[in-house]
Each structure stands twice: as C-alpha cells, then as structure tokens.
Design a protein around this ligand. Structure first.
Ligand SMILES: [Fe+2]
Length: 156
C-alpha cells in the first residue's frame, strides 16, 4: 500500500480529493454569491443583511482556505482557477437578484448544497480513516446547520 506524507493511502486520498475539490468549487461560488448580496442588497433590512452577508462570506473565505490546504495536506492539488470553480460547481452564480428575501433563500439553498457535499465528504473520509478531514467536515456541518436554522427563522 502506497501512502502519502501523512500516512494515508494515496489511492483513497486521491478519490476523496475529487469530492473535496468539488466542495471547494461550490464554496467559491457560494462565497461570491454572498459578496454579490452584500453589495447589492437594499431595502428596509439593508443594515442587518449587509452585515450578515459579510459575516457569512468572511467565514466562507476562511473555510475555502482550509479546504484547499487540506487537499494539499493530502498530497493533491486544489482547484485554483475561476474556470475550474465554475465548471465543477453545482451552486449557480447568482446574477440579477434584487429581492432581499430571495437573497436569503438562495443563501439557504447554497448552504444545503454545501451540507450535502460535506456529509458525502465526511462519509468518504471516514471510510479512509482520514480523521483530519472527518473533524473538519463535522465542524463545518454543525456550524452550517445552525446558520440554516437562523435563516429559516428569519424567513418565517
Ligand atoms: Fe463591504
């Protein structure tokens, strides 16, 4: 069995990185959607949503970096170009969204998309005995589920 620098089987890590790279691509589009909404939101909830979108993209920014560096830790290459992100993201770029409530709905949808990918990543990592990735995904999932709850409460 051939192992990488951290002692995990190379074949397993390569397979896992396919999912992690997909997660990374989706994360980048999610991040840019949040920046879009932060800039373009308007109306009576401007101040709270402008700040909330910033808080969420700041978190996403840090997580994008963690996912990319986890891929490098596993001995593989993270997708690093806009082209790769767009090509591999299931989350679509938000373009002409004007309604503030619609923006929150899109963020919630995007989060659910990321959650599904994170659960899949966790399962695959767990099968590989890759505890580092399992823990990372586990933390992301818990935090995202809480954000989804808060966004749902907001939308009621
Ligand atoms: Fe700003």
């Amino acid at each position: 069995m051939k192992t990488n620098d951290i002692g995990l089987e190379i074949k397993d890590s390569k397979n896992l990185v396919k999912t992690l790279n997909k997660l990374l691509a989706n994360y980048q589009v999610y991040y840019q959607n949040l920046r879009n909404f932060h800039w373009n939101v308007s109306g009576p909830n401007f101040f709270e949503l402008h700040a909330k979108f910033e808080e969420l993209y700041t978190t996403a920014n840090a997580q994008v970096d963690e996912v990319a560096e986890r891929i490098l830790t596993l001995g593989e290459r993270p997708y690093s170009s806009y082209g790769e992100y767009i090509e591999n993201s299931g989350i679509k770029e938000a373009k002409e969204v004007h309604d503030a409530k619609k923006m929150v709905e899109i963020v919630r949808e995007n989060l659910n998309h990321l959650l599904n990918l994170e659960r899949k990543t966790l399962e695959e990592a767990s099968a590989n005995g890759d505890e580092g990735t399992v823990t990372l995904m586990s933390d992301y999932i818990t935090a995202k589920e809480k954000v989804v709850w808060m966004l749902s409460a907001y939308l009621k």
